[in-house]
Design a protein around this ligand. Structure first.
Ligand SMILES: *Cc1c(COP(=O)(O)O)cnc(C)c1O
Ligand SMILES: [Zn+2]
Length: 408
């Protein structure tokens, strides 16, 4: 078993770099680097059925993952999450072609596990011993968990209002955690400065080439699930955009391998009305998104006012014939409950936002009931318990003969 990783390539200026030295962003232009593989050779030697037969988990795609030596893999069993028919939720919405990819079942309760399993594994291979991350909470928790397994020192910088569970997780995993008076982009600036002085390796979203290699496995799983075709639409809650960009990259690689054809899903970005830089840039016809002022939303994972991969997200959305939608916090809260009540999925606010977007796009006619559509529930609501306003429950007295009268 060997990885066909060949080099790193700048997505902006095209410059090539070695994949066996440390890199963050492109030294020449400062933009995003992608891992590239020798897919011509891989095409002649690999067979998709063989990969499909391996034990479950994202590392079964080893040959098109960036780690050279399998001994360096740091895993907690991430990937191969359920792809669920929306069932009763689909019935209510009049479509039997609606699916939910439940990423909340990953280790640490979000799809950040995929990206950070890949990043920590590659960092281990390159001899890194301390890593730092700016995070809305889930990425920090995932880095802390994988870092704990790898025996690395982990530094994390999170907005002050980070959900309590994510803060507690980081503590349990033994990370050095700090709160920041500001948003994730402010935390990102601090990590970059700290990295210079303290020698941490910076694993910010898309400023490090390998997190998206983990997230691209979501796209590989979709292709496999649908019998080596792709759905008509994917709705993705977009913060830094790693997953959307990663899946788009996966589809390209699968076509190069001859495993799928040229058909692509409409890639659909959903953001919150209070923080919608990509939606704004999409509507304005721009390739780069400006910093979104006064960013606010109850969905921490998509409270990302500025994204280094803006052009990668917007290029994928446009090339795929997708779109970008902003939804309100009220719709998100409503749809967290609806996903739970009708589909049995305990969705994070970001995951629920994909349902809000789906409803809007069905109402506008952009999507039809016949479009095979995948909603990404990217995390578990176990982490966002404070957003759920459950009423106090009636308390029954077992010695009261009339207790049953109180039951509906
Ligand atoms: C990080 C995160 C997102 C955004 O993911 P990106 O790939 O960075 O855009 C969405 N939802 C949740 C729960 C997250 O943790
Ligand atoms: Zn460059």
């Amino acid at each position: 078993m060997r990885s066909y990783l060949s080099h790193l390539e700048c997505t902006y200026c095209g410059e090539a770099y070695s994949a066996d030295e440390l890199h963050t962003t492109c030294p020449k232009c400062g933009k995003v680097l992608f891992a590239r593989y020798d897919l011509k050779t891989a095409r002649a030697q690999l067979n998709r059925e063989a990969l499909a037969r391996r034990p479950r988990g994202m590392w079964r795609w080893f040959e098109i993952m960036p780690v050279r030596n399998p001994d360096h893999i740091v895993t907690l069993g991430e990937g191969d999450t359920p792809l669920l028919p929306a069932g009763r939720l689909g019935e209510v919405l009049g479509s039997d072609k609606l699916w939910i990819k439940d990423e909340g079942l990953n280790p640490t309760g979000s799809f950040k596990a995929r990206g950070l399993s890949a990043a920590v594994s590659k960092a281990k291979e390159l001899g890194i011993t301390s890593m730092a991350i700016p995070s809305a909470g889930n990425a920090a928790a995932a880095l802390a968990a994988y870092g704990a397994r790898a025996g690395m020192r982990i530094y994390q910088f999170m907005p002050q209002d980070v959900p309590e569970m994510m803060r507690k997780e980081s503590y349990q995993y033994g990370a050095h955690a700090y709160l920041v008076r500001g948003l994730i982009n402010d935390a990102g600036r601090m990590v970059r400065e700290g990295a210079k002085h303290k020698g941490w390796f910076d694993v910010s979203t898309l400023r490090e080439p390998y997190r998206q290699e983990g997230k691209k496995t979501m796209g590989l799983e979709l292709a496999e699930h649908f019998g080596w075709t792709l759905p008509d639409a994917i709705i993705y809650p977009t913060g830094g955009g790693t997953g959307l960009v990663g899946m788009w990259k996966a589809f390209h690689e699968l076509e190069q391998l001859g495993w799928i054809g040229p058909k692509r899903p409409k890639m659909i970005v959903v953001q919150a009305e209070g923080c919608a830089p990509i939606v704004r840039a999409y509507q304005a016809g721009q390739r780069h998104a400006e910093l979104f002022p006064n960013a606010h939303t109850i969905a921490p994972g998509i409270r990302v006012p500025v994204a280094i991969g803006d052009y990668l997200i917007l290029d994928a959305v446009r090339a795929s014939g997708g779109t970008a939608v902003a939804v309100s916090d009220a719709e998100i809260v409503r749809d967290m409950r609806e996903m739970a009540r009708l589909a049995g999925v305990f969705a994070s606010p970001e995951g629920a936002a994909t349902l809000s977007a789906y409803k809007r796009l069905r109402a506008s006619g952009f999507l039809s009931p016949d479009d095979v559509t995948v909603l990404f529930n990217c995390g578990s609501a176990f982490k966002n318990a404070e957003l759920i306003q459950a009423p106090t429950l009636p308390v029954l007295d077992p010695n009261d003969p009339a207790w049953l009268d109180q039951v509906a």
